[in-house]
Ligand binder design. Structure first.
Ligand code: CP3
Length: 337
């Protein structure tokens, strides 16, 4: 059993830094594209056997030190029956985005452990096959709420931020609803066998310091408290985590996953040593020639050398058009430390 990743999460790793990559099971992989050519994305998410097969791909072919469950943060809105589908070339679309406070009150109250039991089934299939730890995940309430309001990916979240400013009360009601469902969802994943969880706040970068504390940190905290008794390490990722790191540290997650803007070595000096750091190579480096990938990767590894709480990752997810062989090269460089 390779437990470098879990050791690093406990800040007890005395060996090389472990590596896994956000969005490691995705379209940049030819093996993923071959399966995806036969099935719509959401069908793959809903089918435990396919989800398990896709989760295994980067472990088998790249040799990463952790698996992350193949799924999506938007399964919670799907369970809230807002009409989720994915359009090739556009991304996620929600047919009935929230428009008024009454829409929030009218949301159904699904039994998440029932509605999303296909996720638990995938986890149960995976655990016996895996020789590396399995990471479960969810979206942070702010990011999930933003999709439910915008109805699709948006660059600046205008509608969401305007709602947040005009009617913070109903916005909080929505965030709280999502948080409660998310706690149930993570509990289910943990009971089924995930060994760590990561919470993705991909859109937190649009928030100011004060807004982040009020509309994001509050719910991160609620979720961490909600799953605390399960004793599973939790990693917090935001775009903007380098800006919000000191706030994130206040609520004592096991690890903070850092965007690529920050100097990780400097962050290590300000984040308490009992909190692990994950990150933070700019994913765009993977478009560069091999020598540059090697130089940047080695520089990051050198800076974090000897750190018992360091996990190599990117500052955000892998993009579909990143050359597969560059990702393989990256994993090899980290493993050969
Ligand atoms: O990391 C992994 O490999 C695990 C699986 C995973 C997916 N989505 C699979 C996926 C994870 C952890 C996510 C999280 C997710 N989903 C986030 C947060 C992380 C981040 O990158 O910021 C967000 C914002 C979403 C919502 C979402 N799902 C978007 C915006 C898209 C479209 C993006 C695109 O590249 O087209 C998805 C679809 C999606 N989720 C794909 C995958 C592999 C691509 C679907 C396809 O095959 O067409």
């Amino acid at each position: 059993m390779n437990d470098l990743f879990l050791k690093a999460l406990r800040c007890e790793n005395r060996s090389r830094a472990p590596i896994w990559l956000m969005r490691q099971a995705g379209r940049y992989m030819p093996q993923y594209r071959a399966i995806r050519a036969k099935h719509p994305f959401l069908d793959m998410v809903h089918d435990p056997e396919l989800a398990a097969e896709v989760t295994m791909l980067p472990v088998k072919h790249l040799g990463v030190d952790a698996a992350i469950l193949f799924s999506d943060i938007l399964v919670i809105p799907e369970a809230l029956r807002v009409g989720l589908h994915f359009d090739d070339g556009i991304g996620p679309i929600i047919d009935r985005p929230l428009q008024t406070a009454a829409d929030i009150d009218a949301l159904p109250k699904p039994d998440i452990k029932e509605a999303l039991q296909y996720v638990a089934q995938a986890i149960r299939l995976l655990r016996p096959q895996l020789k590396v730890p399995l990471i479960g995940f969810c979206g942070a309430p702010f990011t999930v709420a933003s999709y439910m309001i915008e109805g699709k990916s948006s660059k600046d979240l205008r509608t969401t931020k305007q709602w947040m400013m005009k009617d913070p009360k109903s916005f909080h009601t929505l965030l709280e609803k999502i948080s409660r469902l998310t706690i149930d969802y993570l509990e289910m994943q943990i009971e089924a066998g995930v060994q760590a969880v990561q919470i993705f706040d991909s859109w937190a970068n649009v928030l100011s310091h004060g807004q982040f504390r009020e509309f994001s940190l509050t719910y991160f905290k609620m979720i961490l408290e909600g799953i605390k008794s399960k004793n599973v390490p939790a990693i917090l990722f935001c775009r903007g985590s380098s800006v919000f790191a000191s706030q994130l540290a206040e609520i004592q997650p096991s690890a903070i996953s850092v965007d690529w803007n920050a100097d990780l070595m400097q962050m290590r000096k300000v984040i308490p040593r009992n909190i692990a750091l994950q990150g933070n190579l700019d994913p765009d480096v993977l478009y560069a020639p091999y020598d540059l990938i090697k130089r940047e990767t080695k520089a990051l590894l050198k800076g974090m050398k000897g750190e018992p709480g360091y996990i190599f990752n990117l500052g955000h997810g892998l993009l579909p058009d990143i050359p597969y062989e560059n990702v393989q090269a990256l994993v090899d460089i980290v493993r050969q430390q």
